[in-house]
Design a protein around this ligand. Structure first.
Ligand code: PLP
Length: 346
């Protein structure tokens, strides 16, 4: 049979979402378990009356609200159908076939898929023995063909975070014509003051983009909305390549309402952080090699035992996320959910 699709897709891994099994506790997708923030359901309900109309393609009200919150000009902001879509758009805006994209591995599983579909060549730099990015090796991997570098801070799925001195040195080493994307999907869970806020610390560098999402701490995973802050030129290029109207009417309304509930977002993030520390302490009694986490999940580097461990958890009614050969990522849930996970460890 003749081919209708690209042959190179055969070699591409499919994105594996966290599994959902009715009746089981899902600690597999890094969601926050406390429901939508106050005001969000009302905003969605009100906006629903207008869904026969297209949303605002310029996403003006939301970009203005984000700009005010972040203290930047709205021209520097682009929104997308989740931050994963913005990562795609950034590749589309920077890479031509044959260009290179550098990122640490293992990191967010969408990066290799996005790189391959954009025609870019992935240059994967192995994580350090401590499960974090090897920034000197990443800087050394840059060639004349490198157009984009993904830096996931904190890193999904290992939870490890990069500190200011190492990031300073890295950004100084990267050529000015290579875009560095600081993927800060889990920024709201960072407690270590030496882990810099990419926007505050590096926002004035024209080749730095800060990627954030409303899916995690802000509780809007199901509505799909994320944003980036970049130089006005890069943000404008991204807005050019964004799928038209991909920030839906409901997502825009919900995001505006969520941003108005930022105190409650912080309160919930603090609950998650407390639980993260409790779970880490308990898990380390059995697996001392579990690294510190600055995100809303913990990483068990179980190597070839990962799939078997996840299956055992599933039999105990808890779904976690295995990456066979590397480890298992366990999202922090409510105290009761975390207790259920900890009891499967026994
Ligand atoms: C590091 C990282 N970046 C981006 C995303 C994408 O999130 P979303 O598309 O829901 O904004 C995720 C989701 O898991 C992630 O872990």
């Amino acid at each position: 049979m003749s081919r209708l699709t690209r042959p190179d897709l055969d070699a591409l891994p499919a994105y594996v979402p966290g599994r959902t099994i009715p009746g089981s506790i899902k600690l597999a997708s890094n969601e926050v378990p406390y429901g939508p923030l106050p005001g969000v359901l009302e905003a969605i309900t009100e906006a629903a009356a207008g869904v026969h109309r297209y949303p605002d393609m310029g996403v003006v009200a939301l970009r203005d609200a984000l700009a005010e919150r972040l203290g930047v000009a709205p021209e520097r902001i682009a929104t997308g159908c989740g931050s994963v879509a913005l990562a795609e758009h950034l590749f589309r805006a920077t890479c031509l076939p044959g260009d290179e994209a550098v990122y640490s591995w293992r990191s967010f599983e969408a990066y290799p898929i996005i790189a391959a579909t954009s025609g870019a060549t992935s240059v994967k730099v192995p994580n350090t023995a401590e499960h974090g990015h090897d920034l000197p090796a990443m800087a050394a991997a840059v060639t004349g063909k490198t157009r984009i570098i993904m830096v996931c801070n904190p890193n999904n799925p290992t939870g490890t975070a990069l500190r200011k001195p190492e990031l300073d040195a890295f950004l100084d080493a990267v050529p000015e014509d290579v875009l560095v994307v600081l993927d800060e999907a889990y920024r709201e869970f960072v407690t270590d003051p030496s882990v810099p806020d990419g926007l505050v610390t590096y926002g004035d560098r024209p080749n730095v983009v800060v990627l954030r999402t409303l899916s995690k701490a802000w509780g809007l995973a199901g509505l799909r909305i994320g944003y980036l802050v970049a130089s006005p030129e890069v943000a404008a290029a991204v807005r050019k390549v964004v799928t038209p109207f991909s920030a839906s009417l409901l997502a825009q309304a919900a995001a505006l309402a969520a941003l108005r509930a930022s105190d409650e977002m912080s309160r919930r993030a603090a609950l998650v952080i407390n639980e993260r520390e409790r779970v880490l302490t308990a898990v380390r009694k059995i697996f001392p090699e579990v690294p510190e986490s600055q995100a809303n999940f913990v990483w068990l580097p179980l190597g070839d035992r990962s799939a078997a461990f996840a299956e055992a958890c599933e039999r105990g009614g808890v779904i976690v996320r295995p990456f066979q050969g590397d480890g298992v990522r366990v999202t922090i849930g409510t105290p009761e959910e975390n207790d259920a996970f900890l009891s499967t460890l026994d």
